[in-house]
Structures are given as structure tokens and as C-alpha cells.
Design a protein around this ligand. Structure first.
Ligand code: NAD
Length: 499
């Protein structure tokens, strides 16, 4: 049995806590590895060593740190297939989708090559007589990233890129369900020239997360995962005086206006609803057709497309649209929620409950489901299902559709499909959701913009990657300087404007 330890001080270290978790191959249901779950003592030792390593790294000039990012981009490209293979085998997503997971993380590392530009600060010459004023962004010291199972390459890279390029040391606590890719990335960081100890990968569960939150050394926590844990981490980090950005779950609505291209909208919904088995925080899980005619036209197109979806293991190559979900517990939870939908009166138009993949009976595969006539009081509407289940909620008009998305507790992403520029503009302007697509179903911002949801999908005031990534992992120091030749008067006792 493969054993996954921790990455500490530039090497793989076996766990000593005696506690482990199973890492499955979701396609077969087999346990393929055991991952060590760190004790608080193991974590504290790694943090102490990171704090030592950070001093020299923080003093390394930003151009040299950027060169490590540049080398890392090359290595991620070199090992793309190897990383994607491991990613698919632990997560279950298809091989091309696993490559997309790595690619979207890699693009943030590319952006971080611009660290010298991002960190160069601001300067005001002659802010007063003989007075100059300048602001600089300095690393925080040791920071942490705590990441979810569903993007085991992308989200760790989103965290480590800006944190490391800014001169911090990072404790990365990846998901215990698919921890191998973050370990492989840490090894690539070393090969790229990152000094030992600057990136420590600590595998673990609640014990190590709580250890991170309680550490007096760790200054900031970047978290991505489910909403209850995001809120818990945000609150506990704040109690300890730490900076925190915590991104949570989602229930993304796509509004389909009567003037939309229905074929395009149906294609978009199938890809965005069922890609990665619905295990994406930017998946569309609610379709809101406006008007009965739109609902019927959409349903007529959706049903055959959903029934034709090919579900299978990543090893089947391009023949597969989506793979298994991550664990049997996830599968049970999805099927339980489907039952509540039926019991609460939604119409199950495409019923994936009996789905069984020959030869993979023990895998965690879930058939595709489409519900129609879903209403806001139903559990399948209120809850993030995180599986291949699409719900249709019919709206009479645009205002009702907008209101549905606005009133939902989550606010990660949303989309509108229309040919009308006024409606699209109104939607983008009024909606209380962080990421908006106009005829784009999954509007994930590129690396040089920022990613973040509103309402219960995001706690904290700075987004991930882009300029906010650098802001989150640095703090501003502002210096006002005057040299003796400029000092001509005695003490000043009142605040006043600069002369
Ligand atoms: P999760 O909340 O179960 O786990 C996330 C991390 O928190 C993991 O590292 C895990 O070890 C840790 N954790 C779990 N339980 C904990 C506890 N009780 N105390 C302390 N730490 C704990 O999330 P997941 O199932 O890995 O990921 C799926 C969720 O992540 C979905 O809700 C999805 O929408 C969300 N997500 C959000 C975004 C975003 O940017 N908003 C992106 C990706 C995923």
C-alpha cells in the first residue's frame, strides 16, 4: 500500500501520529494509498522550520523569487501528463479535465512571475517640504493555505503562487482525499529552486487545521472548501487576530431568456452542470428558463443530451464526459438528496438513480439527473448537492428569475443567456453574486483578474489570485521621510495639512 507522508524541509517525511486516512481510486472504489494525518506536534515543528526559512526567502529580491516561479511553470508543463494521471486517479475527473485543473493553476504561477511589478510599491516625491512618502508591500511571514478536494492542483497553486512570490513561507494543508498532486508540486518547487522549508505540505484533517488556526506564528489563512468550514475558519482565525480569506460552497443559477439561442444554452447547461460530475464550485446546478415556452424548448433539448452523457473512468480517455464522485459518502449524499427532491414533489425528468457501470460496480459513479418544476422551498434547491444533478426552476419573467438568484444564500457564480444587451447589462449590474457570465456558463476569471464569491460563498474582503492575491499575502508599510536639512521648526503638536 502506497503511503503518503508530508513534505517538510525539502523532503518527504513519514507521518508519526499513527493516524491515517484512506485515499481511494473513485473509479474502482479501491483504497490506493494511506495518507498520514499530522499531529499538532508535527505541524508545529514544520511551522517553526518554515519561520526560519522565511527570513532568507523574504530577503531574496523579488526578481529572483520570480525566477523560481518561471522555472516552476516549465516544470509543471513538463510533468503535466504525470500530474494529470495522478490527479484523475485520486479525484476521478477525466484526464482532459485534470489537465485543465493543472493549467488553471499554472496560469496563476505565470502571473506571479510579475511579482517585482506587483510588489514595487508607491512613491510620492516632495509630499511636503523636503518630505518624501513611500509605501511598500512586505511579506507577512508564515502563511497557510487550506484547500478542498475538487481542484487538487489549481487551488493549491492559487494559494502558493502569490504567497511564495511575495516572500512568505507557506504551510499548505491540502485535502486528505487527494493529497498526492500537491506533494508532487512541492517537489517541483524544490526543483525550480525554492529553498527548503519555504513550502511545507502538511497532510491532515481537523487537528492540523485547528493547529494552523491556533498557531501564533501563522499570520494569514487562505481557505477554500464548504461553507460551514469556511465560516468556522474565518471566525476562529479572526479570534486569533489572523487575516483570513475563506471561500465556500455555491448554488449557481443560469438564467435563460426567451431570446437566447436555445441550442447553445442547452449545450452550455449540460457541460456546466455535469462536467466533473458537478463537483465544481462554479458548476451550474440551477437552470432558470424565463417563460413557459422557454422552459419547454430548453427541456426538449436538454433531455436527450443528458441521457446521452457518457459516464466512466478516466482511463477510458476522451470517450467519457464525466467520472465518478470522490467518495462513497459523497455518492450516498447525492442520492439521498435526489430522494428528497422526489419526495418533495419535483419532477425527476432524467432519473440516474439506477445507474451502474459494468466492470466498475464498486466505483463511485452517479448517473445524471434532471429535475423540473423545482421550487425554492425544496432541499434540492436550498442545498449544494455537488453532484450530477441539474434542477430547473421555471420563472414567469426576468425580475422573478433575477430575484431567485439574488435571494439564494450562495453567491459564487451565475450566468445569463440572452441576445439582448440591455437585459445582460442590467443583470451584470444588479446581481449580488461575485462572478457573472453573459452567454458564458462558467465565468471563472483568468489569473490576472480575481476570483471570489459573495454572500455565503466568500468570507473576507480580498479575492483569490490577480492583484488581490498579492494584497492578501502582503501588508503595506508607509514611510514618511524628512532629512535634517528640511527640519527648521520646533515641535509640532497638531495634525495639519502638508505645507
Ligand atoms: P471541505 O470543507 O470538506 O474541506 C476543505 C478543507 O477543509 C480540507 O482541507 C479539509 O481537510 C478541511 N476540513 C474539513 N472538515 C474540517 C473541519 N471540521 N474542521 C477543519 N477543517 C476541516 O470541502 P471539500 O469537500 O474538500 O470541497 C468541496 C467544497 O468546496 C464545496 O462546497 C465547493 O463548493 C467548495 N469549493 C469552493 C470554491 C470557491 O472558490 N468558492 C472552490 C472549490 C471548492
Amino acid at each position: 500500500m502506497r503511503e503518503i507522508g508530508h513534505w517538510i524541509d525539502g523532503k518527504v517525511v513519514a507521518g508519526t501520529s499513527g493516524r491515517t486516512a484512506d485515499v481511494f481510486n473513485p473509479a474502482t472504489g479501491e483504497v490506493q494509498a494511506k495518507v498520514a494525518l499530522a499531529s499538532k506536534a508535527e505541524l508545529d515543528a514544520a511551522i517553526a522550520s518554515a519561520a526560519k526559512a522565511q527570513v532568507a526567502w523574504g530577503n531574496t529580491n523579488p526578481q529572483r523569487r520570480a525566477r523560481v516561479m518561471m522555472a516552476l511553470v516549465g516544470l509543471l508543463n513538463r510533468d503535466m501528463d504525470k500530474l494529470a494521471e495522478m490527479l484523475s486517479s485520486e479525484h476521478g475527473k477525466t484526464f482532459p479535465d485534470a489537465k485543465g485543473d493543472i493549467q488553471r493553476g499554472l496560469e496563476v504561477i505565470e502571473y506571479c512571475i510579475g511579482a517585482p511589478q506587483m510588489l514595487k510599491g508607491e512613491f510620492t516625491d516632495s509630499a511636503g517640504p523636503g518630505i518624501d512618502m513611500y509605501s511598500m508591500r512586505q511579506p507577512l511571514g508564515v502563511v497557510a493555505g487550506i484547500t478542498p478536494f475538487n481542484f487538487p492542483a489549481m487551488i493549491p497553486l492559487w494559494k502558493m503562487g502569490p504567497a511564495l512570490a511575495s516572500g512568505n513561507a507557506m504551510i499548505l494543508k491540502p485535502s486528505e482525499r487527494d493529497p498526492s498532486v500537491p506533494m508532487m508540486i512541492a517537489e517541483l518547487c524544490k526543483e525550480a529552486g525554492l529553498p527548503d522549508g519555504v513550502l511545507q505540505v502538511i497532510n491532515g484533517d481537523k487537528e492540523s487545521v485547528d493547529g494552523i488556526l491556533d498557531s501564533e506564528i501563522i499570520q494569514a489563512v487562505g481557505f477554500v472548501g464548504s461553507t460551514p468550514i469556511a465560516q468556522y475558519i474565518y471566525e476562529r482565525a479572526a479570534e486569533q487576530g489572523k487575516r483570513a480569506q475563506c471561500f465556500g460552497g455555491a448554488k449557481n443559477h443560469m438564467i435563460i431568456m426567451p431570446d437566447a439561442d436555445m441550442d447553445q444554452a442547452a449545450d452550455a447547461l449540460v457541460g456546466a452542470g455535469f462536467g466533473a460530475a458537478g463537483e465544481r464550485c462554479m458548476a451550474i446546478s440551477v437552470a432558470v428558463p424565463v417563460g413557459e415556452g422557454t422552459a419547454e424548448a430548453l427541456r426538449e433539448r436538454l433531455v436527450p443530451k443528458i441521457e446521452a452523457l457518457k459516464v466512466g473512468p478516466y482511463t477510458a480517455g476522451n470517450d467519457v464526459d464525466y467520472g465518478p464522485v470522490v467518495t462513497s459518502a459523497a455518492k450516498e449524499n447525492i442520492l439521498r438528496l435526489v430522494e428528497t427532491g422526489v419526495a418533495q414533489g419535483a419532477e425527476l425528468v432524467v432519473d440516474g438513480r439506477g445507474f451502474n457501470l459494468q466492470g466498475y460496480e464498486d466505483g463511485f459513479f452517479v448517473g445524471a439527473h434532471l429535475f423540473d418544476h423545482v421550487t425554492p422551498d425544496m432541499d434540492i434547491y436550498k442545498t449544494e448537492i455537488f453532484g450530477p444533478v441539474l434542477s430547473m426552476v421555471r420563472a414567469n419573467d426576468y425580475e422573478e428569475a433575477l430575484g431567485l438568484a439574488m435571494d439564494h444564500e450562495y453567491g459564487n457564480g451565475t450566468a445569463i443567456f440572452t441576445r439582448d444587451g440591455d437585459t445582460a447589462r442590467d443583470f451584470a449590474s444588479r446581481i449580488n453574486i461575485g462572478m457573472v457570465g453573459i452567454n458564458v456558463p462558467i465565468p471563472v476569471p483568468l489569473a490576472y483578474h480575481t476570483f471570489g464569491g459573495w454572500k455565503k460563498s466568500g468570507f473576507g474582503d480580498l479575492n483569490q489570485h490577480g492583484p488581490d492575491g498579492f494584497r492578501f499575502y502582503t501588508r503595506t508599510k508607509t514611510v514618511t521621510s524628512r532629512w535634517p536639512s528640511g527640519i527648521r521648526t520646533g515641535g509640532e503638536f497638531n495634525f495639519k495639512a502638508m505645507d
